[in-house]
Design a protein around this ligand. Sequence first.
Ligand SMILES: Nc1nc2c(ncn2[C@@H]2O[C@H](COP(=O)(O)OP(=O)(O)OP(=O)(O)O)[C@@H](O)[C@H]2O)c(=O)[nH]1
Ligand SMILES: [Mg+2]
Length: 317
Amino acid sequence: MNILERFYQGNKIALSKLISYVENQSTDYRKLLAQIYPKSGKAYRVGLTGPPGAGKSTIVDRLTSLLVKEKRKKVGIIAVDPTSPFTGGALLGDRIRMQDLTNQEEVFIRSMATRGSYGGLATTTKEVSVVMDAFGKDFILIETVGVGQVELDVVNACDTTIVVFVPESGDSIQAMKAGLMEIADIFVVNKSDREGAKRMISELDMILDIRRKKGDWEYPIVSTEAINNKGIDLLLAKIFEHKKFLTDNGILEQHRKNQIKIDLKKIIELKVKELVDEKISNSFNVDEVTERVFRGEDDPYSAVERVLKQIRLTNSE
Ligand SMILES: Nc1nc2c(ncn2[C@@H]2O[C@H](COP(=O)(O)OP(=O)(O)OP(=O)(O)O)[C@@H](O)[C@H]2O)c(=O)[nH]1
Ligand SMILES: [Mg+2]
């Protein structure tokens, strides 16, 4: 039996292998994706982001338990770990903390390292989520550390985005700087057992009031103590409310179409870049042109125009 057949039968090892192909961009991974893509589009994607140590993994863990036990949903988890510059591998933290879940049949966890590659990460995360989606997961929870553009790209690919804060000083201001306020649909103040939680909630409330409009999404703030499993049921209720809001207003459909457009654009760009690289390497001697430009006998703009004409890739003027 081939790997795709096993994948469709719900074999976790086959799922794991397919994800690895996609992650490593092994030869033929696009053919594989082409085959399974039509089976995707059913899963609901929830992105969780926020400062390091805010409790994202703990929340994901508790949410997953609720989704599986009470809602009978199948859950895929993608934990995007920043790569340690020393080991070059994913941090083990997430995997260890969510170990209980890995034994459950309905749950599949994948930890991904950023490898310091901008953009590339977002693409691969999306593709990995497509594989989980096609596998039959109902919900895909994606955890990223909220620090930069890469994370923004990842959460933008989600249907509901949750930003997790902790009552430590300065978080809300930093978050605004990082642009996290703009992307969140639901705000969580975790570690509410700590001092300052109430103040943080009212601070956020004030900022959000500017954004809230009648008849629009309410941008709720949920207070949680993930470690004590408090507030997680309310958070899940808000996720379902947001899902309903998006569905009822036709926003989910629009969002999915936008996602397809983004996918198409990315695939075109990648493919064109590959084709051009291949063709140019055959008809463009970079060292030779460099020498000529250096000696003042040529300029880089004309050199590129010439080679594009040669490989017949130029806008018709
Ligand atoms: N006091 C308190 N501690 C919590 C709470 N939720 C999580 N923690 C603790 O906070 C620490 C970090 O939790 P994680 O869930 O790993 O946080 P994270 O945001 O996933 O961390 P990174 O992935 O490393 O950015 C752990 O020691 C948790 O036990 C909470 O509600 N209250
Ligand atoms: Mg984590």
